[in-house]
Ligand binder design. Structure first.
Ligand code: SF4
Length: 337
């Protein structure tokens, strides 16, 4: 049963600059417009949690408008919801993604936004949120949320504690996040629950691919992000480099497409030395470029969420031939044999 609507805390919603461009609320020249509307429920409070990478962390001093490289501008709620419906009807946007934060009115604000979108449009809705009760998962499903993302962000238990758990003076726990993902999958179904993983926070490729493989086996998809240090957040000793990112991205693709299992791959000091498929297959997979596109919910392309024009981690659309050449070099797999 859907509970009675409680009055939301305010009439604003945060929307990414690119989203506002597509909605006609900002004038922008975009080489890669978003295919998903990126929204965040609005509060002027800092998050109760305290993740090291996050600009909105309770103990930090970051800009509340920032999520990674994206600027999420407080915007008129009704105007965004109305234009979202029109943009979906005209095929400009294919999904709405709602990011949350932990503050007392979070649940009312989230459900109010979902209901308001649903009243005007059938656009598919993703919600990214910390673990909730089974009852709340069921409510989100009943309201029309088809994809639920519970971000682990870190690739193993120890790193999780340092990044967003006890060692970060935050409230999250690895086991309860994994449990939240498992319960959500039971309620929403396999393929309807995902997680976010931030690459470059000290994990090895082996850590990342082992976790991606385990989650894949449980029907959970992984969206990859590149770590971005933001002003006002605490330092994380980063191991982000493009070769590491590409290895994780390519290995994740092989797992996602059921071409290879984690057990088939070989690692030395945590780095991939063998993807577990013949060179000739690697060459033909590289050619398509599919492995290097943005991952996550369907139709999520997150342009410039963690990239600059100089350094692309996730391609928001098909990489071209030149870009594939660059990717080959980054992976250290140069010519076709
Ligand atoms: S994968 Fe994309 S659409 Fe899904 S929750 Fe993450 S940012 Fe939103």
């Amino acid at each position: 049963m859907i509970p009675m609507q409680t009055e939301p805390s305010c009439k604003k919603v945060r929307a990414s600059l690119g989203t506002l461009g597509v909605l006609g609320m900002e004038f922008l020249m975009m080489d890669a417009p978003p295919t998903t509307a990126y929204l965040q429920i609005y509060t002027d409070k800092r998050c109760i949690a305290n993740c090291r990478f996050c600009s909105q962390a309770g103990g930090g001093d970051g800009d509340l408008k920032k999520i990674a490289r994206g600027m999420y501008i407080p915007s008129d709620f009704d105007n965004v919801v109305l234009r979202l419906g029109i943009a979906f009807e005209r095929g400009y946007l294919k999904r709405a993604c709602i990011q949350t934060a932990m503050y007392p009115e979070m649940w009312e604000d989230t459900t109010h936004l979902i209901k308001s979108i649903r009243e005007l449009s059938l656009i598919p809705i993703s919600v990214s949120v910390f673990p909730l009760s089974d009852e709340k998962y069921s409510t989100l499903k009943d309201l029309g949320v088809d994809k639920l993302v519970i971000p682990l962000d870190a690739c193993n238990c120890k790193l999780f504690s340092f990044i967003k758990g006890k060692e970060a003076h935050s409230i999250y726990e690895w086991d309860s996040h994994l449990d939240g993902i498992k319960r959500a999958t039971r309620i929403l179904g396999r393929g309807s629950v995902g997680t976010h993983l931030i690459i470059g926070m000290g994990e090895s490729a082996e850590d990342a691919l082992e976790l991606i493989s385990k989650l894949h086996g449980e029907g959970v998809y992984s969206a990859l992000f590149a770590y971005t240090h933001l002003p006002g957040t605490r330092n994380i000793p980063s191991n982000l480099n493009i070769k590491h990112y590409r290895s994780v991205q390519f290995g994740a693709y092989l797992i996602r497409e059921n071409l290879v299992s984690f057990a088939d791959m070989a690692f030395v000091s945590g780095e991939v030395v063998d993807f577990g498929i013949p060179e000739v297959d690697i060459q033909s997979l590289l050619k398509s470029g599919e492995a290097f596109k943005t991952t996550g919910c369907p139709d999520c392309n997150r342009p410039y969420a963690t990239e600059t024009h100089q350094e692309i981690f996730n391609y928001p659309c098909e990489p071209n031939e030149n870009e594939i050449g660059v990717i080959r070099e980054q992976l250290g797999i140069t010519g076709e044999k």
